[in-house]
Design a protein around this ligand. Structure first.
Ligand code: PLP
Length: 370
């Protein structure tokens, strides 16, 4: 069977053909509309062009013919694999349609009882649906260096209606990490009624993730939920697999608020294959960090600054982020415009394919003051 990297599954298929393994071909896909048009440098959504790994593509191809089954068994298998590596029973791993689904479930569940607090400059998309359902969300100002202000979050958590703090570590869009000791002390200082949700979507890309993650606190029974994803390190954003690790009680609460049968069989097959593909994971991390270095050097050459990132993106200071992203788009390079009115001159650029990152680096000096 011929499998192309960056390929999409295409089954040439009649029923008769489907009974013969040799009749299956897997075609190249980029022209199918699932990827940006040729010539577009897509540096906008913090994706990872190295993935999915070949092991995952093979697993999806093998799975295609049996995907008429619901994937319950595969779900249990992936939860067990994740739990084994992370040191918790499978029952404490809650899988989701991307980590977004588990974060949304948490917001729906906890939001019924009270207010959720989060930093003002932070990814919030999984909360949009809960907000449409009436979630009470309070945003807290950032520290002067644009990092997450744990002191301010702690003060906000003292209000009796607060039931959850949601924070991203590393944060999106800043890329910054919190000092571990401070985050641990913060977690321990929270009143028992307040659950801490730590979104670690980018943690595998940070320096020394094992020392920074809040997973050991979860394993020790703390009132913390950690979420992770296959969208970043594993390069599977389109396959929509993520998970939470939580105490038995918090995991049960999350499961009660999950969508029904939300996981897809190809995504599960890919995640199961990739989870133990440690060589791919090490390569992926190394290539992302190398691309980030190219971006950092370009920022310095252009005479501007970026926040210190431990992720697959940089938050770069420009004259006007919306004008900057429009000018970049004119050159076929897609980056983020202003995150909101309070941050008009910061643009987020992701580490995509190295050639695309190089195009951004070449264009930056001419457009930074656009
Ligand atoms: N959390 C953060 C901090 C993110 O930046 C993103 C996506 O960019 C997500 C979660 C969502 O990831 P997923 O694809 O797992 O839903």
């Amino acid at each position: 069977m011929d499998i192309s990297r960056r390929g999409w599954l295409g089954l040439a298929g009649t029923t008769a053909a489907a009974t013969q393994a040799s009749a299956i071909t897997i075609r190249m896909a980029d022209p199918t509309g699932f990827a940006p048009a040729p010539g577009i440098a897509h540096l906008k959504y913090n994706e990872n062009p190295l993935g999915p790994p070949a092991s995952a593509i093979q697993a999806m191809a093998d799975l295609a013919r049996t995907s008429w089954y619901y994937a319950d068994d595969a779900e249990a298998r992936l939860a067990a694999m994740i739990g084994k590596r992370l040191g918790v029973p499978a029952s404490q791993v809650v899988l989701g349609h991307g980590s977004s689904e588990v974060i949304t479930s948490a917001a729906l569940a906890w939001g019924r009882r009270g207010t959720i607090v989060m930093p003002a400059l932070q990814f919030d998309e999984p909360l949009l649906y809960p907000m449409a359902q009436g979630l009470s969300l309070r945003r807290v100002a950032m520290a002067p260096d644009m990092g997450i202000d744990l002191g301010a979050l702690g003060r906000a958590a003292a209000a009796p209606d607060v039931v959850m703090i949601y924070l991203c570590n590393p944060n999106n869009p800043t890329g910054m990490v919190l000092p571990t000791a401070e985050l641990v002390a913060f977690a321990r200082s929270l009143p028992p009624r307040v659950t801490l949700l730590v979104d670690e979507a980018y943690m595998e890309l940070a320096d020394d993730p094992a020392a920074r993650t809040m997973l050991p606190l979860v394993a020790s029974g703390a009132n913390i939920i950690v979420t992770r994803t296959f969208s970043k390190l594993f390069g599977m954003a389109g396959l929509r697999i993520g998970y939470a690790v939580a105490s038995p009680a918090n995991a049960a609460e999350l499961k009660r608020h999950r969508l029904t049968i939300s996981l897809n069989a190809p995504g599960l097959a890919a995640a199961i294959a990739a989870w133990d593909d440690t060589r791919f994971q090490a390569d992926s991390r190394a290539q992302i960090i190398a691309a980030r270095r190219v971006l950092e050097a370009a920022v310095a050459r252009a005479g501007t600054v970026a926040l210190p990132s431990q992720t697959n993106f940089l938050f770069v200071k420009v004259a006007d982020a919306n004008r900057f992203s429009a000018a970049m788009a004119q050159k076929g390079i897609l980056v983020r415009g202003a995150w909101g009115p309070a941050w008009p001159n910061w643009s987020r650029v992701s580490t995509g394919r190295l050639a695309d990152v190089q195009r951004f680096a070449d264009a930056l000096p001419g457009l930074v003051n656009a």
